[in-house]
Design a protein around this ligand. Structure first.
Ligand SMILES: [Zn+2]
Length: 858
């Protein structure tokens, strides 16, 4: 027996669910009946399973050669359990549990929920959809809602005959009965409850395209079928690519990808019935930007990767969630990189890796694999440490042992654990066998300990290079504390590139001690650590080494290497290890930069500086931005050229936006307004990648008339991307009265709850409204808590990191403390530490930054 109240006892094991559901979209309710086949291991008079927000009216247990017996049902709402007791002991053996229940189609975007959209005539239409991960299948039907209780699901939906039903498997029977359409689906493979899905509504499919023997279709609400071609192409490509990589055929009998009008996260990997928010699946190829296309490609490939990694082989418990998500994220890069090599997907991954670094540099970070008990803790695991740090360390390992060996280890792991569950160590064992190396020893610190190393490189006059490791933290730690962060050591696969007069050589080292020495050849000219940029560690060079790199020329480095150099230096600046003037001097070398990802670091750092300055000092920053960005803009101009890559087009948009907003370039602002109006009136063609920049600039400089125009565009948008662009433009104005209108709208039906918390977070980051936005959050907290999906509320709170003044920080801390708000896991603690680091940086360096800015642009 398990003593953990959040874990079910394991002497009763389900193997098969025969589930029938009858949703009524007009009354927003459903009724259901389930017959669960059970193996009872030892005599018992009690069966415990999960259920919450359900009424379970009847419980009956039947078995061969036994008289059916009724059970008494007790719902334990706080533990989300249903306890069924019988008057006498049930002998061990196979039994069938029959349960009748009813529930509500809720509006919280979890469990079995309700979504709405307006049809072409402007009438409200309804969709019922499911979202079960992590622990919400129990809101749709009583079940053993833990990932290791895998079972076969046979699902039947009784629906209004005018509607369509989709579930994990093919339809095996579809008939009319008593005014209802009864749709029966094929039995699923053995899988976890969180992967079950059913969707009911007026939905339209594409014609199927075959990926091997699997028909692949995209579904949308009526009218959006023209937006499916792009997603369809990557869906089919990635499914073929993945089946080939894994060496195992796709485990389902069909694959449907379904865009749902209201959806809390990006997408959900239900076997054979993947659900998406519309922006992550549908787009218009003629008007979408490179970034918007990249997002759809990423999400589709990611979810497809889960069909094997997650669905076929599943983590045994939620502490192992990282294995699912990090791996799907890793495979998403691999698949998209194979599909569009010109997108340089692994360089773009630098941006995601940087997001993981910024949380993992906190004292309140957590290990990738981390204990989970309550459902709220499981929800908190969906963060950058699970996805992006996890994927980063997998990439580091893959590059260390070699891509083919890595793939063979993955194949071995999947074959061994197919239809079952696995632990992290199972993957290491499989990879270790394939690589013939001690992979567990190599990976343990990366997975089971928090943080990551900083490698400090110094060289002496004799040409001896010393590589010293210690944990990187934004806040100084005491090196004298036994077992403190400063004593942690990692086994670090290090790629060291040494350039001499004769050329370059790259050495693969495994740095495991505190210091590692390398004797450089006498004619060395430069040294680069983390060559190719796959390592999950930061690097600092002493002044000699940095000067040598600059002498050789930073443009000689690969984009991801320049990215890392800038990003690591900026992080060290925030941490107080590098003076701001030094960082700003380094940025001089990037005026001719042509890679949008490297620019993302530069522009991100300028935006952070903008947060620290008072309005009086912002013209200094604007001058710096014009100085750094100007040359790139001169070479790119306003107009896309024939044969230009998608990345250059994306960069042009980023550069124009930076000049027109942070750079306050009035010529660019005026031209943006002219270009936008000419484009709207169809007098001018504009590359789609520029449009978001124009919208941002016009909001930044905009008045009430512009606000109303953008609000109208939001309501009349023709694609999910356009809708999102104009919605978020409403948080990018500078006029406080206009921003207050946006704030007020976040609590109304005008904005979907899938978007509203993210809009609030954007407003908390906007320096022209952040105080009022924070006051608004405090005043409306209870309503937001009721209204918004839990995951959205948690993300919204991340916006407090933008409140970087000592007064606001005090107020934020007091509010969360007094209201006893818990966002699950370490989430809140991390937000508060990030805020504290921002305030510390501001208080310590605001004066230095002002001086450095004045110097830099004299
Ligand atoms: Zn995922």
């Amino acid at each position: 027996m398990s003593h953990d109240p959040y874990r079910l006892p394991d002497h009763v094991i389900p193997s098969h669910y025969d589930l029938r559901l009858e949703p009524d979209l007009s009354t927003r309710t459903f009724t259901g009946h389930v017959v669960i086949t059970l193996a009872i291991a030892a005599p018992t008079s009690e069966i415990v399973l999960n259920a919450v927000d359900l009424e379970v009216s009847d419980a009956l247990l039947s078995g061969e050669r036994a008289t059916p017996r009724a059970g008494a049902v007790l719902l334990e709402e706080d533990l989300q359990r249903c306890r069924i007791t019988f008057s006498s002991s049930i002998p061990a053996g196979e039994w069938k549990l029959h349960l009748t229940f009813r529930g509500t189609l809720n509006d919280k975007l979890r469990g079995f929920y309700h979504s709405t959209y307006k049809d072409a005539e402007g009438n409200s239409q309804h969709v019922a959809a499911t979202q079960f991960e992590a622990t919400d299948a129990r809101r749709a039907f009583p079940c053993w809602d833990e990932p290791h209780f895998k079972a076969v699901f046979a699902i039947t939906l009784a629906i209004d005959p005018t509607l369509t039903a989709i579930s994990n498997c093919r339809i095996v029977n579809d008939r009319q009965d008593g005014g209802k359409r009864i749709v029966r689906f094929a039995e699923s493979m053995k899988m976890s409850t969180y992967l079950v899905a059913f969707i009911v509504g007026r939905l339209e499919p594409t014609a199927p395209i075959m990926a091997g023997s699997t028909p692949v279709r995209l579904w949308s609400v009526p009218g959006k079928q023209p937006l499916t071609a792009f997603g369809h192409e990557i869906a089919v490509f990635s499914l073929n690519f993945l089946a080939d990589y894994y060496g195992i055929p796709y485990p389902g009998d069909k694959l449907d990808l379904i865009a749902i009008p209201d959806f809390a996260s990006g997408a959900m990997e239900n076997l054979g019935a993947i659900t998406f928010r519309e922006t992550a699946l549908l787009l218009d190829q003629d008007t979408a930007t490179h970034a918007e296309k990249g997002r759809v490609a990423d999400v589709v490939a990611h979810e497809n990767a889960h069909m094997w990694f997650g669905d076929l082989v599943t983590m045994a418990w939620w502490n192992g969630l990282w294995l699912n998500e990090a791996f799907a994220t890793f495979m998403e890069m691999l698949a998209v990189d194979a599909w569009k090599p010109e997108w340089k997907r692994w360089t773009a991954f630098g941006v995601s890796r940087a997001a993981a670094f910024s949380v993992d540099g906190l004292l309140s970070t957590r290990p990738i694999e981390y204990p989970v008990r309550a459902p709220k803790e499981a929800e908190a695991m969906f963060d950058v440490l699970t996805y992006e740090k996890g994927a980063s360390v997998l990439r580091m390992l893959e590059q260390h042992i070699g891509p083919t060996v890595f793939r063979d280890g993955v194949r071995r792991y999947l074959k061994t654990h197919a239809y079952g569950n696995a632990e992290t160590t199972d993957l290491w064992v499989a990879l270790g066998q394939a690589a013939n190396q001690d992979v567990p020893a190599l990976m343990n610190e990366w997975i089971f300990s928090p943080g990551h190393p900083l490698l400090s490189l110094t060289v002496d006059h004799a040409g001896t290079l010393t590589i010293a490791q210690r944990r990187f933290t934004y806040t100084p730690t005491d090196p004298g504390t036994p077992d403190g962060p400063a004593t942690q050591l990692w086994q670090i696969p290090l790629q060291l590139r040494v350039t001499t007069g004769q050329g370059t050589t790259t050495r693969s080292l495994l740095v495991s001690g505190r210091d590692h020495r390398v004797v450089l050849p006498p004619d060395w000219t430069s040294v680069l650590a983390n060559a190719d940029g796959h390592g999950f560690y930061r690097v600092r060079y002493d002044s000699t080494l940095l000067a040598k790199l600059q002498q050789v020329g930073l443009q000689e480095l690969a984009p991801v290497e320049r990215f890392n150099l800038l990003n690591d230096t900026w992080a060290s600046t925030i941490a107080g290890m590098v003076p701001p003037a030094e960082y700003l001097t380094l940025t001089e070398h990037f005026r001719i930069e042509q890679d949008p990802h490297v620019w993302a670091v530069l522009l991100g750092s300028f935006s952070t500086i903008n947060h620290l300055l008072s309005e009086d000092d912002r013209p200094l920053l604007a001058a710096l931005v014009r100085d750094r960005v100007g040359p790139a803009f001169q070479s790119l101009g306003w107009t896309a050229r024939a044969g230009e890559s998608d990345l250059v087009k994306e960069l042009r948009g980023d550069i124009i936006r930076a000049l027109g907003t942070l750079g306050r370039d009035q010529v660019v602002q005026a031209e943006a307004a002219t270009a936008y109006d000419a484009w709207r009136e169809q007098r001018r063609q504009i590359d789609p990648n520029i449009v978001p920049a124009l919208v941002s600039i016009l909001a930044f400089t905009g008045d009430a008339a512009r606000y109303d125009a953008f609000l109208a565009r939001f309501h009349k948008a023709s694609t999910p991307q356009e809708e999102r662009r104009y919605l978020f433009s409403l948080a990018a104005f500078r006029v406080p009265e206009l921003l207050e209108r946006t704030l007020a709208k976040t609590l109304t039906e005008e904005i979907r709850t899938q978007d509203a918390p993210f809009l609030v977070s954007t407003l908390l980051h906007n320096v022209y409204i952040r105080e009022k936005a924070w006051a608004f959050v405090k005043a409306n907290w209870d309503r937001m808590d009721r209204l918004f999906p839990k995951s959205g509320l948690r993300r919204m709170c991340g916006g407090v990191v933008g409140l970087s003044t000592p007064e606001l920080e005090r107020d934020v801390k007091a509010f969360f403390r007094e209201r006893k708000i818990d966002l699950g896991g370490k989430t809140l603690e991390q937000y508060l530490e990030q805020l504290h680091i921002a305030v510390t940086f501001r208080e310590r360096d605001r004066g230095h930054i002002r001086e450095a800015l004045a110097q830099a642009v004299r």
